[in-house]
Write a protein that binds this ligand. Sequence first.
Ligand SMILES: *Cc1c(COP(=O)(O)O)cnc(C)c1O
Length: 401
Amino acid sequence: MTDENIPFLDLVTVHRELQDELVEVLTTALKSAGFIGGLMVQGFEEDFARFCEARFCVGVGSGTDALRFALIAAGVKSGDIVITVPNTFIATTEAISQAGAQPDFVDIDPRTYAMDHEKLREYLERKCRWNTKTGQVIHNATGKPITAVVPVHLYGQMADMDAILDLATQYNFKVVEDACQAQGAEYFSQKDNRWHKAGSMGHAAAFSFYPGKNLGACGEAGAITTNDEQLAHMCRLLRDHGQSKKYFHDIEGYNGRLDAIQAGFLRVKLQHLAKWNEQRREVAERYNKLFAGAEEIVTLPHQPGWARSVYHLYVVQVEDRVGLQKHLSDVGIGTGIHYPVALHLTKAYEGLGFHRGDFPITEKLVAQILSLPMFPGLTFDQQVRVVGEIQKAVSTSTQSR
Ligand SMILES: *Cc1c(COP(=O)(O)O)cnc(C)c1O
């Protein structure tokens, strides 16, 4: 066992191993000066659509762009309500607001940390009414229609999509998956008895290729996947100033294109993604085994039978999160918190009128979660040390109570 520092995430080694291939992408781009659009972007879009088992992929500038464009293309308009969860990164709700809608929340399942579809059903049954003229479900208190729901496949594991999609059919809203943390995650659908990839089940899905994601660019990048040709076409317009051809603008759009060099890098890295996801699963398995017997003091991630997680993060819950994080930092072990503030209580949303107590499962969770070191090259010895230090810290804090 070594006492070397253990980083939360190691992005250096993987790029060192791929350096020659990545530099070749740069050289090719420099030679042709094809920095925007072109074959590198198209090639990546085709590869990523295939990887996600979706018909279409539209490369964009970031995961936030992907969420925003997917929502607008799905028909979300100013004056709508879009429902998501309070346990997510703010980009989810930023995209909802920037599409013109008002974000609202339902709480999460305490075991999977993703949207609780029973809470969604209660919201629709108790807080809404049906407008038979428009065929829309209307929020009673505001009179606004609920036009979309954004389940977040947090930490690498998909939300319970069968139940959410059933509600979408029943209540006539669109489902846009926030798959930013879930490239390659899978869900077993009871409807057709088979596994489905993240990004292939909803009306559209948003992916981020921020460097730290399971598939990360060497800069900013994102993508939308969908099986709906019209929706894909609309996203292509939105990302490029609404142009159907140069200087012919069908609509007002955005500058949200995928950089060609990033697409080239992503195409190289995508070839390794399945293997890296498998290595992350092995890392998670080893953590699970090393923590066996300590479940009383450390709550481990829960993977239901219908989920195959890609462990973007390995998140545990402990009572004294502050103390544990400090101890690990003192002994050179990096950790993270995803995320420390429930979104309905974050300063930016003071104006939405939420209160402490509105979403108790999320509120309790955010005070206890800690993301442990997780990346494909994390070694068994490093994990033994992480778990050993956690057991040391947690048992002393339990004794001192
Ligand atoms: C990373 C992330 C985003 C945003 O992606 P960017 O590429 O940083 O814009 C959105 N939602 C979730 C859940 C994320 O993890």
